[in-house]
Design a protein around this ligand. Structure first.
Ligand SMILES: C[S@@+](CC[C@H](N)C(=O)[O-])C[C@H]1O[C@@H](n2cnc3c(N)ncnc32)[C@H](O)[C@@H]1O
Length: 286
């Protein structure tokens, strides 16, 4: 079979199985198998695939048709221009979270009077913690997660990007394992925020392959914002801020939660699709 025939047949098959953008997906899988940039496939449409190449591709198409995410099949995904290892132990970093990363490094980078410090609460793949450490060479980052398996992936991602010496990994349920003596310049978090009762209706790639603890925000999706509003202030220094991602329609409830715990909400920002997505706040100091 030629490259063009494989693309046509597999795209039709994936489309029938409910996979979005099936042609793009098969092109990316095929480029992965052939170890070539996707656009080069277009220059070689008539090339015949070898039997080992076909066998490898068939297996990947079978898994994608079973709705395993493309990023798991490729083994990595891009976040803020950096490549991150992902697997079933971590949430696949989402494009909207890149905005949170950008806001976070814009806050940290100008802090040159001291070695700036940040805490990534619920680090998962480490995408936020590692990106911050890469973009802010004078920063130290604590990457915290309840999942030891996720922290292993995050640790490898930090090493991959040469910042393993400036990122500390802490396995902890909430802030429990942190020593209250150290206060930081920034807490950044993309906590679990899906309403428990809505998880079953998510698309299979998310529902069946992202780790459940990375999704489940409790009965109203706000459990982690309650915890953060109540506890995060004691880990921030005088000029410290918190920057949080949240889900569709949660902005007002989260703003109220933080204001009720004596935080000053500085901004609620939209993502690139004009949906409210990020809250920036600082503790009101007496
Ligand atoms: C939505 S994921 C975010 C992952 C990553 N920061 C990102 O933006 O792609 C939330 C993370 O919070 C972690 N988590 C869930 N419950 C936690 C808890 N009680 N304490 C600490 N981390 C928790 C999950 O393991 C998961 O890695």
């Amino acid at each position: 079979m030629t490259i063009l025939e494989v693309i046509r047949r597999s795209a039709e098959f994936l489309g029938q199985r409910g996979v979005d953008s099936p042609r793009l997906q098969i092109e990316l899988l095929l480029a992965h198998v052939l170890r070539t940039p996707r656009l080069k496939l277009y220059l070689n449409f008539e090339r015949t695939l070898t039997e080992p190449e076909l066998a490898q591709l068939r297996e990947l198409v079978r898994r994608r048709a079973a709705r395993e995410p493309l990023q798991h099949l490729l083994g990595s995904t891009s976040f803020c221009g950096l490549e991150f290892e992902v697997n079933r132990d971590v949430l696949i970093p989402r494009p909207e979270t890149e905005l949170l990363a950008e806001r976070a490094w814009n806050h940290l980078s100008p802090l040159t009077s001291h070695l700036s410090t940040a805490l990534d609460f619920g680090t998962g793949s480490g995408c936020l913690a590692v990106t911050l450490a890469v973009k802010c060479p004078a920063a130290r980052v604590t990457a915290l997660d309840i999942s030891g398996a996720a922290l292993e992936v995050a640790r490898r991602n930090a090493q991959r990007h040469g910042v393993g010496d400036r990122v500390e990994f802490v396995e902890s349920d909430g802030f429990a394992a942190l020593n209250g003596d150290s206060r930081c310049d920034l807490i950044v978090s993309n906590p679990p925020y899906i309403v428990t009762g809505e998880i079953a209706a998510l698309q299979p790639e998310v529902r069946d392959f992202d780790p459940r603890p990375a999704l489940d925000g409790g009965a109203d999706g706000l459990d982690f914002y309650r915890r953060l509003a109540a506890e995060a202030g004691q880990f921030l220094n005088e000029h410290g801020k918190i920057m949080l991602e949240f889900g569709d329609g949660q902005a007002d409830a989260i703003k109220n939660l933080f204001q009720a715990q004596k935080w000053i909400v500085e901004a609620v920002e939209n993502d690139y699709t004009q949906r409210q997505r990020i809250l920036i706040a600082r503790p009101a100091r007496a």
